[in-house]
Design a protein around this ligand. Structure first.
Ligand code: SD4
Length: 291
Protein backbone atom coordinates (compact mmCIF):
# COMPACT_ATOMS: atom_id res chain seq x y z
CA UNK A 1 0.00 0.00 0.00
CA UNK A 2 1.29 3.50 -0.80
CA UNK A 3 -0.15 6.98 -0.79
CA UNK A 4 0.44 10.63 -0.29
CA UNK A 5 -1.63 13.60 0.92
CA UNK A 6 -0.68 17.25 0.54
CA UNK A 7 -2.04 20.59 1.66
CA UNK A 8 -3.65 22.71 -1.06
CA UNK A 9 -4.54 21.98 -4.65
CA UNK A 10 -1.24 23.53 -5.86
CA UNK A 11 0.45 20.26 -4.81
CA UNK A 12 -1.52 18.11 -7.28
CA UNK A 13 1.18 18.06 -9.97
CA UNK A 14 3.93 17.50 -7.46
CA UNK A 15 2.24 14.52 -5.91
CA UNK A 16 1.66 13.03 -9.33
CA UNK A 17 5.43 13.02 -9.77
CA UNK A 18 5.77 11.58 -6.25
CA UNK A 19 3.19 8.87 -7.01
CA UNK A 20 5.17 7.71 -10.03
CA UNK A 21 8.14 7.09 -7.74
CA UNK A 22 6.02 5.32 -5.12
CA UNK A 23 4.45 3.11 -7.80
CA UNK A 24 7.97 2.18 -8.92
CA UNK A 25 8.84 1.08 -5.38
CA UNK A 26 10.84 4.15 -4.34
CA UNK A 27 10.86 5.48 -0.79
CA UNK A 28 8.41 7.94 0.73
CA UNK A 29 11.41 10.26 1.24
CA UNK A 30 12.20 10.33 -2.48
CA UNK A 31 8.54 10.83 -3.33
CA UNK A 32 8.06 13.71 -0.93
CA UNK A 33 11.25 15.49 -1.94
CA UNK A 34 10.35 15.24 -5.62
CA UNK A 35 6.79 16.40 -5.00
CA UNK A 36 7.80 19.39 -2.90
CA UNK A 37 10.56 20.43 -5.30
CA UNK A 38 7.93 20.67 -8.05
CA UNK A 39 5.91 23.10 -5.91
CA UNK A 40 9.03 25.08 -4.94
CA UNK A 41 10.10 25.42 -8.58
CA UNK A 42 6.78 26.67 -9.91
CA UNK A 43 7.07 30.48 -10.05
CA UNK A 44 3.37 31.31 -9.71
CA UNK A 45 2.81 29.81 -6.24
CA UNK A 46 3.14 32.86 -4.06
CA UNK A 47 3.91 31.18 -0.78
CA UNK A 48 6.43 28.45 -1.56
CA UNK A 49 9.93 28.53 -3.05
CA UNK A 50 10.68 30.50 -6.23
CA UNK A 51 8.21 33.36 -6.53
CA UNK A 52 7.30 33.21 -2.84
CA UNK A 53 6.30 36.47 -1.20
CA UNK A 54 9.05 38.47 0.50
CA UNK A 55 9.23 39.58 4.14
CA UNK A 56 8.69 43.22 5.09
CA UNK A 57 12.24 44.02 3.95
CA UNK A 58 11.54 42.63 0.45
CA UNK A 59 13.64 39.48 0.95
CA UNK A 60 12.34 35.98 0.34
CA UNK A 61 13.16 33.95 3.44
CA UNK A 62 12.08 30.31 3.23
CA UNK A 63 11.33 27.60 5.81
CA UNK A 64 11.30 23.85 5.07
CA UNK A 65 11.48 20.56 6.93
CA UNK A 66 11.79 16.84 6.34
CA UNK A 67 11.18 13.94 8.75
CA UNK A 68 11.90 10.26 8.18
CA UNK A 69 9.32 8.23 10.08
CA UNK A 70 11.50 5.10 10.21
CA UNK A 71 14.47 6.63 12.02
CA UNK A 72 12.67 9.74 13.36
CA UNK A 73 15.46 11.79 11.76
CA UNK A 74 14.60 15.44 11.23
CA UNK A 75 16.20 18.12 9.07
CA UNK A 76 15.00 21.69 8.73
CA UNK A 77 16.02 25.13 7.51
CA UNK A 78 14.48 28.44 8.49
CA UNK A 79 14.73 31.95 7.03
CA UNK A 80 17.06 30.70 4.29
CA UNK A 81 17.67 33.03 1.31
CA UNK A 82 18.83 32.50 -2.24
CA UNK A 83 18.64 28.73 -2.55
CA UNK A 84 16.36 27.00 -5.02
CA UNK A 85 15.13 23.99 -3.06
CA UNK A 86 14.99 24.31 0.72
CA UNK A 87 13.32 20.88 0.98
CA UNK A 88 16.43 19.17 -0.39
CA UNK A 89 18.66 21.07 2.02
CA UNK A 90 16.35 20.03 4.88
CA UNK A 91 16.52 16.42 3.76
CA UNK A 92 20.31 16.52 3.64
CA UNK A 93 20.35 17.95 7.17
CA UNK A 94 18.20 15.05 8.34
CA UNK A 95 21.12 12.72 7.68
CA UNK A 96 23.41 14.68 10.02
CA UNK A 97 23.75 13.51 13.59
CA UNK A 98 23.54 17.01 15.07
CA UNK A 99 22.92 20.52 13.69
CA UNK A 100 19.63 19.34 12.21
CA UNK A 101 17.84 22.70 12.22
CA UNK A 102 19.82 25.57 10.73
CA UNK A 103 18.63 29.15 10.31
CA UNK A 104 19.46 32.07 8.01
CA UNK A 105 23.19 32.52 7.32
CA UNK A 106 24.07 29.23 8.98
CA UNK A 107 21.68 27.37 6.70
CA UNK A 108 23.01 29.24 3.66
CA UNK A 109 26.60 28.40 4.55
CA UNK A 110 25.71 24.72 4.87
CA UNK A 111 23.82 24.74 1.56
CA UNK A 112 26.69 26.47 -0.21
CA UNK A 113 29.23 24.01 1.15
CA UNK A 114 27.07 21.05 0.13
CA UNK A 115 26.74 22.38 -3.41
CA UNK A 116 23.01 23.16 -3.50
CA UNK A 117 21.77 25.37 -6.32
CA UNK A 118 21.85 29.10 -5.58
CA UNK A 119 19.01 31.18 -6.98
CA UNK A 120 17.50 34.60 -6.46
CA UNK A 121 14.04 33.56 -5.29
CA UNK A 122 12.40 36.98 -5.59
CA UNK A 123 10.51 37.36 -8.87
CA UNK A 124 9.12 40.56 -10.43
CA UNK A 125 5.70 39.01 -10.17
CA UNK A 126 6.10 38.43 -6.41
CA UNK A 127 7.33 42.02 -5.96
CA UNK A 128 4.31 43.36 -7.85
CA UNK A 129 1.97 41.12 -5.88
CA UNK A 130 3.53 42.24 -2.62
CA UNK A 131 3.04 45.92 -3.48
CA UNK A 132 -0.55 45.29 -4.54
CA UNK A 133 -1.26 43.47 -1.28
CA UNK A 134 0.23 46.29 0.78
CA UNK A 135 -2.14 48.73 -0.95
CA UNK A 136 -5.09 46.39 -0.39
CA UNK A 137 -4.13 46.06 3.25
CA UNK A 138 -4.35 49.80 3.70
CA UNK A 139 -7.59 50.25 1.77
CA UNK A 140 -9.52 47.10 2.72
CA UNK A 141 -8.30 46.25 6.18
CA UNK A 142 -7.12 42.81 5.10
CA UNK A 143 -5.17 40.80 7.66
CA UNK A 144 -1.46 40.57 6.76
CA UNK A 145 -1.87 36.82 6.93
CA UNK A 146 -4.60 36.51 4.28
CA UNK A 147 -3.92 34.22 1.35
CA UNK A 148 -0.95 32.09 2.34
CA UNK A 149 -0.49 28.44 1.42
CA UNK A 150 2.30 26.28 2.80
CA UNK A 151 2.87 22.96 1.12
CA UNK A 152 2.89 20.12 3.64
CA UNK A 153 2.83 16.39 2.92
CA UNK A 154 2.39 13.02 4.61
CA UNK A 155 3.44 9.95 2.66
CA UNK A 156 3.51 6.14 2.94
CA UNK A 157 5.61 3.88 0.71
CA UNK A 158 5.27 0.23 -0.23
CA UNK A 159 7.71 -0.87 2.49
CA UNK A 160 5.72 0.87 5.22
CA UNK A 161 8.09 3.84 5.44
CA UNK A 162 6.51 7.19 6.20
CA UNK A 163 7.78 10.75 5.64
CA UNK A 164 6.40 14.19 6.45
CA UNK A 165 7.70 17.43 4.97
CA UNK A 166 6.91 21.12 4.50
CA UNK A 167 8.06 24.12 2.49
CA UNK A 168 6.92 27.75 2.70
CA UNK A 169 7.79 31.41 2.40
CA UNK A 170 5.78 31.90 5.60
CA UNK A 171 3.42 34.71 6.37
CA UNK A 172 2.84 37.65 4.09
CA UNK A 173 4.66 40.73 5.46
CA UNK A 174 6.44 38.73 8.14
CA UNK A 175 9.34 40.34 9.94
CA UNK A 176 12.87 39.50 8.89
CA UNK A 177 13.93 36.42 10.83
CA UNK A 178 10.39 35.31 11.66
CA UNK A 179 10.08 31.53 11.77
CA UNK A 180 6.71 29.80 11.57
CA UNK A 181 5.56 26.30 12.44
CA UNK A 182 6.68 24.73 9.15
CA UNK A 183 10.30 23.91 10.15
CA UNK A 184 9.36 23.10 13.76
CA UNK A 185 9.06 19.41 14.56
CA UNK A 186 5.69 18.43 15.96
CA UNK A 187 4.08 21.69 14.87
CA UNK A 188 4.32 21.92 11.07
CA UNK A 189 5.08 18.23 10.57
CA UNK A 190 5.66 14.89 12.26
CA UNK A 191 6.19 11.33 10.98
CA UNK A 192 6.45 8.01 12.77
CA UNK A 193 6.17 4.95 10.52
CA UNK A 194 4.72 2.96 13.43
CA UNK A 195 1.75 5.32 13.65
CA UNK A 196 1.42 7.84 10.83
CA UNK A 197 2.44 11.24 9.53
CA UNK A 198 0.85 14.70 9.61
CA UNK A 199 1.45 18.22 8.40
CA UNK A 200 -0.12 21.61 9.01
CA UNK A 201 -0.76 24.93 7.29
CA UNK A 202 -2.21 28.14 8.64
CA UNK A 203 -1.12 30.63 11.27
CA UNK A 204 2.16 29.21 12.53
CA UNK A 205 2.05 31.16 15.76
CA UNK A 206 -1.19 29.33 16.70
CA UNK A 207 -0.36 25.90 15.19
CA UNK A 208 2.75 25.86 17.39
CA UNK A 209 0.68 26.42 20.53
CA UNK A 210 -0.81 22.94 20.13
CA UNK A 211 2.13 21.06 18.55
CA UNK A 212 -0.65 20.01 16.24
CA UNK A 213 1.15 17.57 13.92
CA UNK A 214 2.57 15.58 16.81
CA UNK A 215 -0.84 15.60 18.47
CA UNK A 216 -2.45 14.10 15.33
CA UNK A 217 0.17 11.33 15.13
CA UNK A 218 -0.26 10.66 18.85
CA UNK A 219 -4.04 10.35 18.43
CA UNK A 220 -3.58 7.97 15.47
CA UNK A 221 -1.26 5.91 17.69
CA UNK A 222 -4.05 5.67 20.23
CA UNK A 223 -6.33 4.17 17.62
CA UNK A 224 -8.08 7.11 15.97
CA UNK A 225 -8.48 7.13 12.22
CA UNK A 226 -6.58 9.95 10.44
CA UNK A 227 -9.86 11.79 9.91
CA UNK A 228 -10.87 11.56 13.59
CA UNK A 229 -7.37 12.56 14.68
CA UNK A 230 -7.30 15.61 12.37
CA UNK A 231 -10.76 16.80 13.43
CA UNK A 232 -10.07 16.22 17.12
CA UNK A 233 -6.76 18.08 17.03
CA UNK A 234 -8.13 21.09 15.11
CA UNK A 235 -11.33 21.34 17.14
CA UNK A 236 -9.55 21.02 20.48
CA UNK A 237 -6.85 23.55 19.65
CA UNK A 238 -9.37 26.02 18.24
CA UNK A 239 -11.53 25.70 21.36
CA UNK A 240 -8.55 26.13 23.71
CA UNK A 241 -7.31 29.19 21.85
CA UNK A 242 -10.76 30.78 21.80
CA UNK A 243 -11.28 30.10 25.49
CA UNK A 244 -7.90 31.43 26.58
CA UNK A 245 -7.24 34.15 24.02
CA UNK A 246 -10.62 35.03 22.54
CA UNK A 247 -9.64 34.01 19.02
CA UNK A 248 -7.93 31.31 16.98
CA UNK A 249 -5.96 31.71 13.75
CA UNK A 250 -6.28 29.52 10.67
CA UNK A 251 -5.60 25.85 11.45
CA UNK A 252 -5.58 23.28 8.62
CA UNK A 253 -4.06 19.81 8.70
CA UNK A 254 -3.54 16.63 6.68
CA UNK A 255 -2.58 13.15 7.89
CA UNK A 256 -2.03 9.60 6.71
CA UNK A 257 -1.70 6.48 8.85
CA UNK A 258 0.55 3.48 8.25
CA UNK A 259 -2.25 1.70 6.37
CA UNK A 260 -2.63 4.49 3.82
CA UNK A 261 -5.87 5.87 5.22
CA UNK A 262 -5.92 9.66 5.18
CA UNK A 263 -7.69 12.57 6.79
CA UNK A 264 -7.86 16.38 6.72
CA UNK A 265 -9.51 19.08 8.82
CA UNK A 266 -9.69 22.86 8.98
CA UNK A 267 -11.32 25.78 10.76
CA UNK A 268 -11.43 27.94 7.60
CA UNK A 269 -13.42 28.04 4.36
CA UNK A 270 -11.60 27.03 1.21
CA UNK A 271 -8.93 24.61 2.41
CA UNK A 272 -8.14 22.03 -0.29
CA UNK A 273 -6.00 18.89 -0.26
CA UNK A 274 -4.50 16.73 -3.00
CA UNK A 275 -4.36 12.97 -2.48
CA UNK A 276 -3.00 9.91 -4.28
CA UNK A 277 -3.46 6.35 -3.04
CA UNK A 278 -2.36 3.47 -5.28
CA UNK A 279 -3.06 5.65 -8.32
CA UNK A 280 -1.16 8.10 -10.48
CA UNK A 281 -4.19 10.37 -10.71
CA UNK A 282 -4.38 12.86 -7.86
CA UNK A 283 -7.78 13.80 -6.45
CA UNK A 284 -8.35 17.28 -5.08
CA UNK A 285 -10.90 17.67 -2.25
CA UNK A 286 -12.29 20.78 -0.68
CA UNK A 287 -12.25 20.21 3.07
CA UNK A 288 -15.33 21.33 4.98
CA UNK A 289 -14.76 23.65 7.90
CA UNK A 290 -15.35 21.89 11.21
CA UNK A 291 -14.97 18.39 9.72
C1 SD4 B 1 3.66 29.88 8.68
N1 SD4 B 1 2.20 27.99 8.58
O1 SD4 B 1 4.75 30.31 8.33
C2 SD4 B 1 2.96 28.91 7.78
C3 SD4 B 1 2.16 29.65 6.78
C4 SD4 B 1 1.10 28.85 6.12
O2 SD4 B 1 -0.68 28.63 4.78
O3 SD4 B 1 0.92 27.71 6.32
N2 SD4 B 1 0.30 29.38 5.33
O4 SD4 B 1 3.10 30.25 9.70
Amino acid sequence: MWGMIATWRMAAEGITAGAELLAAGKSSGDAVETAIRAVEDFPYYKSVGYGGLPNEEMEVELDAAYMDGNTLSIGAVAAIRDFANPISIARRLSSEKVNNLLVAEGAEKFAQKEGFERKNMLTDRAKAHYRKRVKELKSQELKPYSGHDTVGMACLDNCGGMTAATSTSGLFMKKKGRVGDSPISGSGFYADSKRGAASATGLGEDLMKGCISYEIVRLMGEGMSPQEACETAVNRLEAELKERRGEAGDLSVVAMNNRGQWGAATNIEGFSVAVVTQSLEPTVYLVKRGG
